[in-house]
Design a binder for this molecule. Structure first.
Ligand code: S3P
Length: 438
């Protein structure tokens, strides 16, 4: 069913966004590896995080979910399940990639299946390093890559390795770090640019021995993880980013978004927005293993900027909403190094170009350097003041859908979007929260 978006009034509101998705996945996985109970509160109840939780139940872990409180009762580094297991990651790339690191070290075989959308996403980036560690993991081979389903067969031991990631990816880094807990000697991981470090922080919280040496991460094997008993999960910066941009591009408005995770490896967008002239204040800073704060944004006259390749991993999920900010800014914004967006839930470069073009925004893309095995993608967006009313398409991608809802609200015309069900992947309260602003 088509969803209609009407122009909202000027806003002066205080809002809350749901708990962080990346941290919720990790909290469930690490708690499941501990002996005894861990209370995770608040826990994000979304399609993706529930997919991880469902996998844990299939692996024999006791889980009790009531409202936003999740209790996990594990029995140690080996999951309780004694038989071969068939798991389903649904649409969740994070579930499949990170959990595979743990499955490779289990004493039971597993088959890890995915939805048709996740079946199109490459898995060689995890199977290669995990096989280097001695794991027996195979994806379905197509062309030069591997895809879900993954078949994992137990091995006697895993080896500690030195591994340099070709692409900055928190999912890949995390799969290796989790397998490294079971290895015969330390594992050293490096990545071309820093990606989100939630796994490193959470492993420390669960008393794993993990440290940084220069840019490398050194992960020691362990016999057990120790639960902190309670895990608090702050608001998701990626979910907050839609409201950060809304507050900036909607006239005469101010929004305060409470208790948002401000881990520097997640908030690259803030730096870029400040360069664009955004009025943003971070107040009421707090924190434990993850820092969080209130973010206050006010309507701002934005100007175009250039985003460098190394900034992308720090804002990988915020590029669609940055494109929306750029469409409202003065001048042409250039975003370099967005090739990883092509292999997200949908091709987010194409989905954003399709929608912005429909609204009359000039957008462009360029592949560079011309004669190179490793090609980068650049995206350009030219800002405007007036837009054309249009029917948008989400391409079944939650971040494209939410970005276009925000665009439509600020463009002050009537727009529709074809399918917003996909938003449940990360932010089931998004539409009710939007409705509460009118
Ligand atoms: C995630 C890492 C990122 C991000 C995804 C969540 C994570 O993916 O896009 O939404 O929780 O580790 P990559 O590791 O592919 O960059």
């Amino acid at each position: 069913m088509k969803y209609e978006i009407k122009p909202p009034p000027a806003l002066k509101k205080e809002i809350k966004v749901p708990p962080d998705k990346s941290i919720s996945h990790r909290a469930v996985m690490l708690s499941s590896l501990c002996k005894g109970k861990t209370v995770i509160k608040p826990f994000l109840k979304s399609d993706d995080t529930l997919a991880t939780l469902h996998c844990m139940s299939r692996l024999g872990v006791n889980t009790y979910l009531k409202d936003y409180e999740l209790v996990i009762e594990g029995s140690g580094l080996q999951f309780p399940c004694n038989n071969a297991v068939r798991l389903y990651a649904q649409d969740s790339g994070t579930t499949m990639r990170i959990l595979s690191g743990l499955l490779c070290a289990q004493k039971i075989p597993s088959i890890f299946e995915a939805s048709p959308s996740l079946e199109r996403r490459p898995m060689k980036r995890i199977t290669i390093p995990l096989r280097m560690m001695g794991a027996n993991i195979e994806g379905k081979r197509k062309g030069s890559n591997e895809y879900p389903p993954l078949t994992i067969i137990p091995v006697k031991k895993l080896k500690g390795i030195k591994y340099a990631l070709a692409v900055a990816s928190a999912q890949v880094k995390s799969a290796i770090m989790l397998a490294a807990l079971y290895a015969d000697k330390p594992t050293t991981i490096s990545e071309p640019f820093q990606s989100r470090d939630h796994t490193e922080r959470m492993l420390k919280l669960f008393k794993a021995r993990i440290r940084k040496k220069g840019k490398a991460i050194i992960c020691q094997p362990t016999k057990n993880l120790i639960s902190p008993k309670k895990v608090f999960i702050p608001g998701d910066f990626s979910s907050a980013s839609f409201f950060i941009i809304l507050g900036l591009i909607l006239k005469n408005s101010q929004l305060r978004i409470k208790n948002v995770n401000i881990n520097p490896t997640r908030c690259g967008l803030l730096k870029v927005l400040k360069r664009m002239g955004a009025n943003i204040r971070i107040v009421n800073k707090k924190g434990g293993y993850e820092p969080y704060a209130d973010i206050i944004v006010k309507s701002s006259k934005l100007k175009a900027t250039k985003v460098a390749e190394k900034e992308i991993p720090l804002m990988i999920d915020e590029i669609p909403i940055l494109c929306v900010a750029a469409a409202f800014a003065k001048g042409k914004t250039i975003i370099n190094g967005v090739e990883e967006l092509v292999i997200k839930e949908t091709n987010r470069v194409s989905s954003m170009i399709f929608n912005l073009l429909k609204a009359g925004v000039k957008v462009g893309t360029l592949t560079y350097p011309k004669k190179s095995a490793k090609q980068h993608v650049m995206l350009s967006v030219e800002g405007k003041k007036q837009f054309k009313a249009a029917d948008f398409k989400s391409f079944n991608d939650h971040r494209t859908a939410m970005s276009m809802v925000i665009f439509a609200m600020a463009a002050q015309k009537s727009f529709t979007i074809d399918n917003i069900k996909c938003i449940n992947k990360s932010f089931p309260e998004f539409i009710p929260l939007i409705n509460s602003l009118y």
